[in-house]
Unconditional design. Structure first.
Length: 295
């Protein structure tokens, strides 16, 4: 027979129902190999769950692992709830928080990223959905008493530090994306207000930041560079990007077709964001125009 004491802090009883449900469900899910009993006692600081388990037939590695994994999942449930609170506090105390208009969108943006990162996993990164379970199993291999609040604060210290760093990074990225979206909206309004000069503009993507321009009849066009972008938008792009966007403003087309071997190139993606439905990216083509390798 094995026993483990999971001490749930009474200060966190708002998370108790989910924790208790996960604990019972986890142990019930391995009932084919394991019998268990849970006894609960309450003191001034903790709600203590005494979990007793014994194999139905013989003590095998499978029974041992099933027991530990069931307990570790319950620990993970508590830690997940504490994580969300930590993320929320980290966001609302960030220097940039008051500058952000849609605060709930920011919260969902950060939480969704964290959940996606946990699911996908990134090689070389400690932060993953399995980290807590692994730490809990390692701890319970040698200890019988696990205080959940202490486990969260001390055993997962590096894990929590990485989580905080990730939240800060995503807040900065969110602000940068919001700023970029505002610039694109201003730039789009400027470009779409220009009088149309070309019904169709063809762009052949020759290299990373090199395009050749043609009209609908495949006659070569040369931008004169006389039209400048609004200062608040031009400064957001590098010189090469700004020159190309300026050329497109000068030609003022109704429709744009980009012929490229690299549809995911950063500049192509930028142009797609700016021109939206006015721009088509063509990757399958055959015509007497040379597209050289990227430089």
């Amino acid at each position: 027979m094995r026993w483990v004491q999971l001490s749930f802090p009474r200060a966190d009883e708002r998370f108790l129902f989910e924790f208790h449900s996960t604990l019972c469900h986890g142990l019930e899910s391995v009932h084919a190999v394991l019998q268990f009993r849970i006894r609960e006692e309450v003191d001034a600081w903790y709600r203590n769950f005494y979990c007793l388990g014994w194999p139905r037939e013989e003590h095998t590695p499978l029974v041992h692992e099933a027991w530990l994994f069931a307990l570790a999942r319950a620990v993970r449930t508590y830690v997940s709830a504490k994580e969300k609170e930590l993320v929320y506090r980290r966001i609302v105390h960030h220097d940039a928080y008051e500058k952000i208009a849609d605060k709930m969108h920011l919260l969902h943006y950060v939480l969704n990223y964290i959940e996606a990162r946990e699911e996908e996993g990134i090689e070389g990164v400690l932060y993953s959905k399995h980290k807590v379970e692994q730490e809990a199993i390692i701890y319970l291999e040698s200890e019988h008493v696990l205080r959940l609040d202490g486990f969260f604060r001390f055993r997962l210290r590096e894990y929590i530090q990485e989580l905080c760093a990730m939240v800060d990074l995503k807040i900065e990225q969110y602000m940068a994306e919001e700023e970029q979206e505002a610039i694109i909206r201003k730039l789009r309004a400027f470009l779409f207000a220009l009088p149309r000069r070309q019904s169709l503009l063809r762009l052949v993507h020759n290299a990373s930041f090199a395009f050749t321009y043609y009209n609908e009849a495949w006659e070569k066009l040369m931008p004169q560079g006389l039209l400048s972008l609004p200062p608040q938008t031009e400064s957001a792009y590098g010189n090469e990007e700004a020159n190309i966007i300026g050329a497109l403003a000068e030609f003022a087309p109704e429709q744009i077709v980009i012929y490229t071997r690299r549809p995911s190139h950063g500049l192509v993606m930028t142009l797609k964001k700016i021109f939206e439905e006015k721009l088509i990216v063509c990757t399958e083509f055959s015509f007497p125009v040379h597209i050289g390798p990227d430089t």
